[in-house]
Design a protein around this ligand. Structure first.
Ligand SMILES: N[C@@H](CCC(=O)N[C@@H](CS)C(=O)NCC(=O)O)C(=O)O
Length: 207
């Protein structure tokens, strides 16, 4: 049996889909349309009580959630795919994947659903969203300053952290800001979008 990925266009499921493509796994994609709030429905909540994407059902039918945990699991399940380099470079890759997963990714909920975080929407929600975007930009500049490779994060070459950076960097409506302020992130993202395994997936999500 193959993997089953629950996802939606341009969302965190794209990170997992890119990793599945990199390891050469077959998978079935089940669309849970975020634009129609399908992740809130009971059927999906039974898979992920947090009602967020992505979720990945493993061939063993264990269901995993949390994008970073899913990538770590895929790395362990498919060691031949080299999603991580050898130590000590792997430690750096993990450091920056967890930075994006824990310090940047959560901000997208404030950007996309600011009304969840304020008592008086819509006025307060807009202020909340603007603050979220400012913090978002500050944190991406930290990532930018720590990209030591070219085009990838590490000078040792590609790692799964590059998939994570490429997808999350597309969010929060920063299309004008990004190229000017984070050119290394842009170069890395372009390289991911052009990798043989990733290109078809990237096109489906971001073309
Ligand atoms: N910590 C989770 C965050 C997942 C997450 O925020 N997913 C977003 C899509 S990119 C989502 O499903 N949002 C819907 C919602 O908040 O209602 C992970 O890394 O997988």
């Amino acid at each position: 049996m193959s993997y089953i990925l629950y996802g939606s266009r341009r969302s965190g499921s794209c990170i997992v889909e890119l990793a599945l493509a990199e390891v050469g796994a077959t998978y079935e994609f089940r669309d849970v349309d975020l634009r129609k709030d399908r992740q809130r429905e009971p059927e999906y909540a039974a898979l992920n009580p947090q009602r967020k994407l992505p979720a990945l059902s493993l061939p063993s039918r264990e269901v995993l959630t949390e994008s970073a945990a899913i990538l770590l699991a895929l790395e362990r399940l498919h060691p031949e795919a080299n999603l991580l380099p050898a130590m000590p470079a792997a430690a750096l890759a993990l450091r920056w994947m967890m930075f994006v997963a824990t310090e940047i990714y959560p901000i997208v909920e404030i950007n996309d659903y600011p009304e969840r975080f304020v008592e008086n929407p819509p006025g307060d929600a807009e202020i909340m969203r603007e603050n979220a975007r400012r913090i978002w930009r500050d944190r991406w500049q930290i990532v930018e300053a720590n990209i030591s490779g070219d085009p990838y994060l590490l000078k040792e070459g590609f790692s799964m952290t590059d998939l994570y950076i490429a997808v999350v960097s597309r969010w929060a409506q920063q299309d004008d800001w990004r190229p000017v302020n984070t050119p290394k992130v842009e170069r890395l993202t372009r390289a991911i979008s052009e990798r043989d395994a990733c290109a078809p997936v990237w096109k489906r999500h971001f073309a």
